[in-house]
Design a protein around this ligand. Structure first.
Ligand SMILES: NC(=O)C1=CN([C@@H]2O[C@H](COP(=O)(O)OP(=O)(O)OC[C@H]3O[C@@H](n4cnc5c(N)ncnc54)[C@H](O)[C@@H]3O)[C@@H](O)[C@H]2O)[C@@H](O)CC1
Ligand SMILES: Nc1ncnc2c1ncn2[C@@H]1O[C@H](COP(=O)(O)OP(=O)(O)O)[C@@H](O)[C@H]1O
Ligand SMILES: [K+]
Length: 457
C-alpha cells in the first residue's frame, strides 16, 4: 500500500477506534520483535516527531516493562495527538539524537510513511553511525530515509530487519528499499488492507490429468533467428515449465537441443506466418536472440499478426521501441512484454515509482508487463500488480531472461492469462534460481525449473 492508501485505511479504522489504541498495538508489535532480537541486550530506541516516533515510545515502554535496559534518543518532540501522548507515557529520560550512545540493539523509529523529503546530513550520519555500531537494528515500518511509494533513497541506513506495519509498502520491495530494509517482517495490527497489489506468491498449478495429451497441455512455438542459443534456452525452459509440446522455428533443422525438442524449419517470415496459422498452438515466444536485422523485424511482424497468446522479450522489445503502443494496441490475443530496465527505457518514458512506470506501459500497450530486475514488477490491464523482490542475485547472468520468457510461454500455453501467468513464471524462475545455488549458468537454471514446478502442483 502507498502512504496515501495507508493513511486512508487508518482513517477508516479511526472512525470506530481511538488512534491511541491502534498506536499501542503497533508499538507492542514492534516491542515483541525487538525483544526477540535483543535477547536481553541493552536497547537504544530512537524516536522522531511523528507517529513513527509514537510507535517508538510505545515500544520503549513495553521493552522496559519486559525487563530490558532501554534508553531513548529523540529528534524533535511530538507536538500533539497520539504520538505526544505516547511520549508522555514514557517514564524514562530522553536524550537528543546528538547525545545518543550506541547500544547493541537499535530500534529505529525516526520516520516512517511520513517521509516527504531527504533526511538532512546531520541526522542521517548520526543514525547511520548508531546502526553500524549496533549488533542488530530493527526499523519501525520503514528504515528512516526511504520514500514510501518508490523506495527512493532519502538517506536511509541499511538495517538488519524492518517490521512493516499492516501492509508492505512499495519501499519494502523496490529500488534502494530492497537492500536497506534487511529482512522484512510484517505485523498485522488489525488495519484492513486492500490486495490488488501484492508480493508474488507461489502459484497453484494443475498437474496433467488422465485425459491430457501433448497438445491439450499446450504447444509452444519459440522463434529462433540471430542467436540460436537464446531461443533454445527459451524453448528448453518452456519444456521444463510444463508445456506439452515445444517447437523451435528456425532456419537450421539440425541445430542443437534436447531430443524432445521439435524443430520446424522456417526460411522467411512467410513460413513463420504459415506455421502460426495452426490452431494447435497455445502460445508463441519471440525475442530471445532475435537480432535486430530486417529478417528479425519481418519475423516479429509475423508473430504480432498471429492469433495466439504471445510473449515478447529481448530484441522484439527493442525493435518495437517507442512504437510498442502503436503495434500492440490492435492485438486481440493476450500479450506479455518482459523488458529489463534497458529495454523498458527504450519503449517507455514514465514518471514515478517502478510500479507507476510499469502500469504506464500497460496502459500504452494493453499488454501485461513483466518489468525485470532485482525488484521485478508485474502489472496487468486490470491494475493488478505483483512484485517479486529478493530473488537470487546470481540471476544476473546472461540468458536467464530467455529462460524466464520460455517459462512464461509455458504458463500461457497451459491457459493462464495476464498477471497470473507472469506471476507463476516469475515465481518458478526465482525458485529455480534458489535451487540452483551459487554461480549457475542459465542452462543450469532450466535444469531446476521442473523441480520448482513440482512444488506448485
Ligand atoms: N496514524 C496512526 O496512528 C498510525 C501510524 N503508524 C505509524 O505512523 C507512521 C507515519 O506517521 P506520520 O505520518 O506521523 O509520519 P512520520 O512519523 O513518518 O514522520 C512525520 C514527521 O516527519 C516530518 N518529516 C518528513 N520528512 C522529514 C525530513 N526529511 N526531515 C525531518 N522531518 C521530516 C514531517 O514533517 C512530520 O512531522 C507510520 O510509518 C507508522 O510507523 C502506526 O503507528 C499505525 C497507526
Ligand atoms: N541482481 C539481481 N537480483 C535478482 N534477479 C536478477 C538480478 N539481476 C538480474 N536478475 C533477473 O535475471 C533475469 C535477467 O534477464 P535479462 O536481463 O533479460 O538477461 P538476458 O537477456 O541475458 O537473458 C531477469 O529475470 C532479472 O529479473
Ligand atoms: K523508521
Amino acid at each position: 500500500m502507498t502512504a496515501a492508501e495507508m493513511r486512508a485505511a487508518e482513517e477508516a479504522v479511526f472512525r470506530r477506534e481511538r488512534q491511541l489504541d491502534v498506536m499501542e498495538r503497533a508499538g507492542a508489535a514492534v516491542a515483541r520483535e525487538a525483544a526477540r532480537f535483543a535477547t536481553g541486550r541493552p536497547v537504544l530506541v530512537v524516536a522522531g516527531p511523528g507517529n513513527n516516533g509514537g510507535d517508538a515510545y510505545v515500544c520503549a515502554r513495553h521493552l522496559r516493562q519486559g525487563g530490558l535496559d532501554v534508553s531513548v534518543a529523540a529528534m524533535g518532540e511530538p507536538k500533539a495527538g497520539a504520538a505526544a501522548e505516547m511520549w508522555s507515557r514514557w517514564e524514562g529520560p530522553v536524550v537528543s539524537l546528538y547525545e545518543a550512545r550506541p547500544r547493541p540493539m537499535l530500534v529505529d523509529g525516526l520516520f516512517g510513511t511520513g517521509m516527504t523529503r531527504p533526511l538532512e546530513r546531520g541526522p542521517r550520519a548520526l543514525l547511520a553511525d548508531l546502526v553500524t555500531a549496533a549488533d542488530f537494528s530493527l526499523s519501525i515500518d520503514l528504515p528512516s530515509g526511504l520514500e514510501t511509494d518508490s523506495g527512493a533513497d532519502f538517506g536511509a541506513p541499511r538495517v538488519s530487519a524492518t517490521l512493516a506495519l499492516a501492509a508492505l509498502k512499495p519501499a519494502h520491495v523496490l529500488d534502494a528499499g530492497l537492500e536497506r530494509c534487511g529482512h522484512v517482517l510484517l505485523a498485522d495490527i488489525a488495519i484492513p488492507v486492500a490486495a490488488h497489489r501484492r508480493a508474488a506468491a507461489r502459484p497453484r498449478l494443475a498437474p496433467p490429468g488422465a485425459g491430457d495429451h501433448k497438445y491439450s497441455r499446450g504447444m509452444v512455438v519459440a522463434v529462433e533467428c540471430a542467436m540460436p542459443g537464446a531461443a533454445r534456452l527459451a524453448a528448453r525452459a518452456a519444456m521444463a515449465g510444463g508445456a506439452g509440446y515445444v517447437t523451435l522455428a528456425g532456419a537450421d533443422p539440425r541445430g542443437g537441443g534436447p531430443d524432445a525438442l521439435v524443430r520446424t524449419r522456417i526460411e522467411a517470415a512467410e513460413d513463420l506466418a504459415e506455421l502460426l496459422e495452426s490452431d494447435r498452438i497455445a502460445s508463441v515466444v519471440i525475442g530471445p536472440g532475435l537480432g535486430r536485422e530486417r529478417r528479425s523485424e519481418a519475423l516479429l511482424k509475423a508473430a504480432l499478426a498471429c492469433p495466439h497468446p504471445l510473449v515478447l522479450d529481448g530484441d522484439a522489445l527493442t525493435l518495437l521501441g517507442r512504437q510498442a503502443g502503436r503495434w500492440l494496441r490492435d492485438r486481440r490475443a493476450p500479450t506479455w512484454l518482459t523488458p529489463h530496465a534497458g529495454e523498458f527505457a527504450r519503449m517507455f518514458e514514465g514518471e514515478g515509482s517502478k510500479i507507476d512506470r510499469t502500469l504506464g506501459l500497460v496502459l500504452e500497450t494493453g499488454a501485461t508487463v513483466l518489468h525485470k530486475g532485482a525488484d521485478t514488477v508485474i502489472a496487468g490491464t486490470d491494475g493488478a500488480v505483483r512484485v517479486l523482490a529478493g530473488a537470487s542475485p546470481w540471476l544476473s547472468t546472461a540468458g536467464t531472461g530467455d529462460v524466464l520468457a520460455g517459462l512464461l510461454a509455458a504458463q500461457a500455453a497451459r491457459g493462464l492469462r495476464g498477471v497470473a501467468a507472469a506471476e507463476a513464471a516469475v515465481w518458478l524462475h526465482a525458485r529455480a534460481a534458489s535451487l540452483a545455488g551459487p554461480a549457475f549458468a542459465a542452462d543450469a537454471l532450466v535444469d531446476h525449473a521442473a523441480a520448482a514446478l513440482g512444488e506448485c502442483v
